[in-house]
Design a protein around this ligand. Structure first.
Ligand SMILES: Nc1ncnc2c1ncn2[C@@H]1O[C@H](COP(=O)(O)OP(=O)(O)OP(=O)(O)O)[C@@H](O)[C@H]1O
Ligand SMILES: [Mg+2]
Length: 384
């Protein structure tokens, strides 16, 4: 026997008489607007999306609360009657923060009355970007790992043969010069291979309980010499940070690479600040954050997603190989840490390295999560 399932007639009648139930309870933001693109209605989800109450919304024009409102209004105006518009736009909330919103319109639901459905996709877009970035770096890592491994073997052979040859050439001869030339070039190549191996997290690490402040202090002399006198070197070290499980030598390499980049970003001088602080209260969440901040030229939004890729450089030929940050990334990852970057073109750049406190080492399989985000620090797509 077939059972017919439907809403009982009485309930159906009540429901049809009160269609606003749907409007009021929909989880998606629904706006009603007229031919002048003026809002006539907004459901509770729409008020939550805009963080404004209905009275503030009704009467305003579409685009009033968007950064790119004029473009949005134009897109809707140009659409032939009967076609919907799918558009994403940037919403500005009352506190000044911005959200990315996807909107679909349904024109002329009644003559001259149009609907739009909007959804906040900020977090989804961020996750997509993170995933894409992670996938790209993983692919680059696999390729680099294969190349670096093979090249290492080949370079070992070249260097060994050059060594043998040197024992059979006359001191001061042209032949000796040639072989020394081969040796020097092979050593430079070995250095590049070494950096690639660091990016692929295949460095030999000498882990130990490490006090980051001490490593910064030890690195400071070399960093001071590298950055020169026009850049002020400053420190804001939290003396209460716990130790981390790290290789001090590799950490020094990280600080040097970041400092050299900061120097290059401040050709007319500026300030380079190293700061530390602790994060997390639960034993397994405890982390040490290291901030390296410069007042340099900053990094443009088009460049930012690529800076950790091996061989990515914006420097002119001969000035940079593009392996500095790839090395930093590999070392930090091998220490089970995270690296975040925020930058404002023309104002400066801040790198944050978050390392798990050593006593939390048992929980190491868990990488540092987005919870570690400091205030106003954009979580660029480097999380795993
Ligand atoms: N502090 C910074 N300020 C501005 N741009 C930066 C900064 N750090 C890195 N960058 C950008 O990221 C790119 C990649 O940096 P990375 O250290 O990997 O390579 P590089 O400095 O160009 O070359 P290498 O480090 O191998 O000598 C740089 O070319 C630069 O465009
Ligand atoms: Mg560099």
């Amino acid at each position: 026997m077939e059972i017919e399932r439907s809403i009982p007639r009485r309930e159906k009648a009540v429901w049809q008489e009160n269609p606003e139930w749907l409007f009021e309870s929909a989880p998606e933001a629904i706006f009603v607007f007229d031919d002048d693109l003026q809002y006539l209605e907004a459901n509770p989800a729409a008020c939550r999306l805009l963080r404004r109450n209905k009275e503030e919304i009704v009467g305003c024009k579409i685009g009033t609360f968007s950064e790119d409102g004029a473009r949005l209004a134009e897109a809707i105006r140009k659409t032939p009657v009967g076609d919907g518009v799918e558009a994403s736009h940037t919403l500005i909330l009352p506190d000044g923060s911005v959200r990315t919103v996807e909107m679909v319109t349904r024109p002329n639901m009644l003559p001259g009355i149009h609907l739009s459905f909007s959804r906040d996709v900020t977090d989804r877009r961020l996750l997509e970007r993170e995933l894409e970035h992670h996938t790209r770096l993983e692919a680059a890592g696999k390729l680099a790992s294969g190349i670096a491994h093979d090249f290492n073997n080949m370079l070992t052979a070249i260097l060994s043969y050059a060594d043998l040859q040197l024992q059979h050439v006359e001191s001061g001869s042209a032949m000796q010069r040639y072989v020394l030339g081969i040796q020097a070039a092979a050593e430079r190549a070995a250095q590049t291979t070494h950096q690639l191996l660091a990016f692929c997290r295949r460095q030999k690490m000498q882990f130990a309980e490490t006090q980051v402040n001490d490593v910064i202090q030890q690195s400071s002399e070399l960093i001071g010499r590298l950055i020169g006198e026009d850049i002020e070197l400053a420190f804001d070290l939290d003396r209460g940070i716990p130790e981390v499980w790290a290789d001090a030598g590799q950490l020094n390499q990280v600080f040097v690479n970041l400092a050299v980049n900061a120097r290059d970003a401040m050709p007319r001088g500026g300030r380079l600040l190293f700061a530390t602080s602790k994060r997390g209260t639960e034993e397994k969440d405890k982390r040490v954050s290291i901030f390296v901040h410069d007042t340099g030229m900053g990094i443009g939004a088009d460049v930012l997603p690529h800076i950790f890729e091996p061989f990515f450089t914006t420097k002119e030929q001969g000035k940079g190989t593009g392996l500095g940050l790839a090395t930093v990334y590999g070392i930090v990852k091998q220490m089970k840490g995270e690296i975040l970057v925020s930058s404002e073109p023309g104002r400066g750049t801040t790198f944050e390295i978050a390392l798990p406190a050593s006593r939390a080492a048992g929980a190491w399989v868990e990488p540092v999560t987005a919870k570690a985000k400091p205030n106003n620090m954009e979580h660029r797509p480097f999380a795993e």
